[in-house]
Design a protein around this ligand. Structure first.
Ligand code: NAD
Ligand code: 2HG
Length: 416
């Protein structure tokens, strides 16, 4: 992903008719219902779009909803000057070029909580399945083979679970695992409050060397890319199990396959892969196929009815609030502003390059029109400033047109 230039020239956004929403990747109908109830026009597709298709479909769209399979990069953003916001109806936002979206004045909202319990529960199931070699026994009986063995099957009680990434998922998982009598340790780059009897290890290596189960719950970032490679896998205890329901970039999958084949690792449960198919009808291969005591799932950690319905509502709520008031609280790439609408005032939103003098120029435009600023909130990051202005007079159109003439302008729109 590249760092984009600022868009130029800018034009004020005016929404004629209902705001247009494009929802991809079979986003739960709860989102569509909420948008429709607010008078938005919604198109909902079951599939992800490839970059070139997205560039076509995104034109004229005000709100785009995706999950983990649609990449939103600079070329698509450049084709969508009317795009107000992007909703990632999931936790991960690595599929969006967040920096480019920021520079285009487009906040990205996600659902940081709604599917976390579903992932934690899946991992609990996998811990027991790996420990009892359940997938292998299940396959054998389905094939008419009766292998009643205890060898290599263990209780999880008293075993150590090592959690890499003690965030929303990792910490919930720790609580659930302790209730089954497991010892829980974790490694995180941030200082985290250990829940229950868990404790942080001094290093990743200490966690790898001390765990019977290692499970990953980190985001896809430069620092987590292949954080478990050949050397790290070799540091795990002999016979230990690995679980990855975070992102496919985090584990060197070829090295994992070799380590399982060598017998050093006792099994693995993998939900995410470096390359994943875009649709359910595409074929799929991974070097882990056919290996013993290996559970492979198609990125379903967060795929429960409860989680998807809740995500639909959570992200739609943020997007509707942003379109209707400009609130950016919770956006993952944007200065945070939250201000309820003030009756009898007229709200303008402006995103501009963060350079000296912008506020002075904008305020001069307003005062030259003899308008009064009732309230004004500015929040900035390194690249952009996000300004929310409530004016006493209904002069949004001339103000927006004049602001769009400033070299520093990125995106301006009238809310009320
Ligand atoms: N399989 C699925 O369907 C599914 C569902 C939900 C989330 N996920 C993935 O799980 C990830 C974690 O979700 P979450 O809600 O717990 O996120 P979170 O942000 O609450 O927690 C992530 C934790 O990882 C830590 N971390 C970041 N970089 C690290 C590093 N290099 N080493 C150690 N720790 C590091 C962070 O400090 C944080 O505590 C998401 O980013 C997403 O990619 C997958
Ligand atoms: O629903 C999805 O496509 C992704 C789910 C999960 O990986 C997430 O990041 O929340």
């Amino acid at each position: 992903m590249s760092t984009s230039p600022f868009p130029s020239p800018s034009t004020p956004i005016s929404i004629e008719g209902p705001p247009k929403v494009l929802l991809l990747e079979n986003i739960h109908p709860s989102a569509e219902e909420m948008f429709r109830a607010e008078g938005f026009e919604v198109e909902r597709l079951k599939v992800a779009l490839k970059p070139e298709e997205l560039e076509q479909r995104i034109q004229g769209v005000h709100v785009l909803g995706i999950r983990s399979k649609t990449n939103v990069w600079e070329p698509a953003l450049a084709k969508a000057p009317n795009l107000l916001a992007i909703g990632a109806f999931c936790i991960g936002t690595n599929q969006v070029d967040l920096k480019a979206a920021n520079r285009h004045g487009t906040p990205v909202f996600n659902a940081p909580f709604s599917n976390t319990r579903s992932v934690a529960e899946l991992v609990i199931a996998e811990i027991i399945m790996l420990s009892r070699q359940l997938v292998d026994r299940n396959r054998e009986v389905h094939a008419g083979q009766w292998r009643k063995v205890a060898l290599g099957s263990y209780e999880v009680r008293g075993k150590t679970l090592g959690i890499i990434g003690y965030g929303h998922i990792g910490s919930q998982l720790g609580v659930l695992a302790e209730s089954m009598g497991m010892r829980v340790i974790f490694h995180d780059v941030m200082t985290k409050l250990p829940l229950g009897n868990t404790r942080a290890t001094a290093t990743l290596d200490e966690l790898l060397a001390s765990s019977d189960f290692v499970t990953l719950h980190v985001p896809a970032t430069a620092s987590t890319e292949k954080m478990l490679g050949e050397a790290e896998l070799a540091r795990m205890r002999k016979g230990a199990y690995l679980i990855n329901a975070s992102r496919g970039t985090v584990v060197d999958i070829e090295a994992l396959a070799r380590t399982i084949r060598s017998g050093h690792i006792g099994g693995a449960a993998v939900d995410v892969y470096p390359e994943e198919p875009e649709t359910n009808s595409d074929g799929f291969t991974t070097p882990l196929q056919g290996l013993p005591n290996v559970i492979l799932t198609p990125h379903i950690g967060g795929s429960t009815e409860e989680a998807q319905a809740s995500i639909g509502k959570e992200v739609a709520t943020s997007l509707i609030k942003f379109v209707k008031s400009g609130a950016t609280t919770g956006a993952v790439n944007f200065p945070q502003v939250e201000a309820p609408l003030i009756p009898k005032t007229h709200r303008i939103l402006n995103v501009h390059r963060n350079t000296p003098g912008v506020l002075r120029d904008i305020n001069r435009i307003v005062s030259d029109l003899n308008a009064n600023i009732h309230a004004q909130v500015l929040s900035t990051d390194a690249d952009i400033g996000y300004l929310l202005m409530d004016l006493d007079q209904n002069v949004g159109r001339p103000v927006c047109e004049a602001i769009a003439g400033l070299k520093t302008d990125i995106k301006t729109r009238i809310v009320t």
